[in-house]
Ligand binder design. Sequence first.
Ligand code: ARG
Length: 459
Amino acid sequence: MAQLWGGRFTKETDELVYRFNASISFDQKFYEQDIRGSIAHVKMLAKQGILTEAERDQIIEGLEGIRVDVEEGTLHITEEYEDIHSFVETKLIERIGDAGKKLHTGRSRNDQVALDMKLYTRDEIKALDELLKDLLEVILQIMKQSTEVYMPGFTHLQKAQPITLAHHMGAYFEMFKRDRLRLKDIRARMNLCPLGAGALAGTTYPLDREYTAQLLEFDGPTLNSMDSVSDRDYLIELLSAMSTMMMHLSRFSEEVIIWNSNEYQFVDIDDAYSTGSSIMPQKKNPDIAELIRGKTGRVYGALMSLLTTMKGIPLAYNKDMQEDKELVFDAIDTTKECIALFTGMLRTLKFHDKRMEDSAKHGFTNATDAADYLVNHGIPFRDAHGIVGRLVLYCIEKNISLDEMSLAEFQAISPAFEEDIYDAISMKTCVEMRNTIGAPGKQAMEAVIAQEEAYLSGK
Ligand code: ARG
């Protein structure tokens, strides 16, 4: 057992207590951030005359050596240390001797861990954002190729009106774009440096907190030392943003699962993203989409868990807060993995354009347009609605689609129908007539695609 605080204790910590309390098994994940924070801290201590320049250089060299050795696998982070902070400090003292004992001057593990977690989260926000950007690029690619691929649009999972595949994909584009904006907001709000807050009440040393903040690329120091060591809001915000990303991925996965079913056959999931059944030879299962849908619960769970952990904690730091790490690490890893896998699955997904268009035709998705046709021929909308209802009933009985009716059959139900009805209710016309901003018409879609393209290229 290696810990930093034996002085006032008379008994060894019980083994079970030690393990229960220790965090090294998971906080080793941010060893790099811990070292980065320490380097900034000693630079500031030397600038303020609290350490000599020689001590500063010795400590920095020692810390960098530890980082390189851990990275290269020649130094192992082992569980005999209580946490990553103890590990780094103990190794430093072993390597450089007395100067190493000065590293922790004017610092507490409370502000240290607050800093490490912020640095880690900031790095991960960047990684998440890049993954979302890759996904958006794949979605946009599909959009560009499918402004004339007609398919049914659904409400209540009932075929409603015809849309295009580009339009359907465009809905997800908006969702993941908002996810990126949320990440940007969180980063902007969290980007204040807690280092220098000490255990809770600052320190008596003349620390230059502006300087450390600047070295670590923060917008400035946090303004209340008690809040600095006990703020976990940004983690809750990130868990909430990741929950929303997972909810989006889960909805998209659900659609892929439905579209891939034998009943729909709108898409084929690539073999690389499907799995077989051990008993039923004919099966190709959408396991990856199902797993992404399933893992959503895990990320929601982390959000609920941290909110609950934080709700009864008096100021300032309390050990409960150590519980933030495993939850956040797991949620970040899960979300990143799911975005990456979904992107791969979508990139290789095969769309069956003809099946989608046939499905739109046979679902009477053009019924609203048939009614609008009658309105344009002088029939009040409520009457037109009734007439088209009768047309639909007739088609259901005969098992045909609206455009498979003869003109005589149309006219038997309403004499207002003329030869141009076929053009008016074709999938193409139904979609192309919808050209308001955000609608599926090709012209409207192309304008949106151009905007999204500019957004992705950072203009
Ligand atoms: N492992 C602790 C955590 O993750 C580090 C801070 C420890 N501070 C303390 N006063 N015991 O929160």
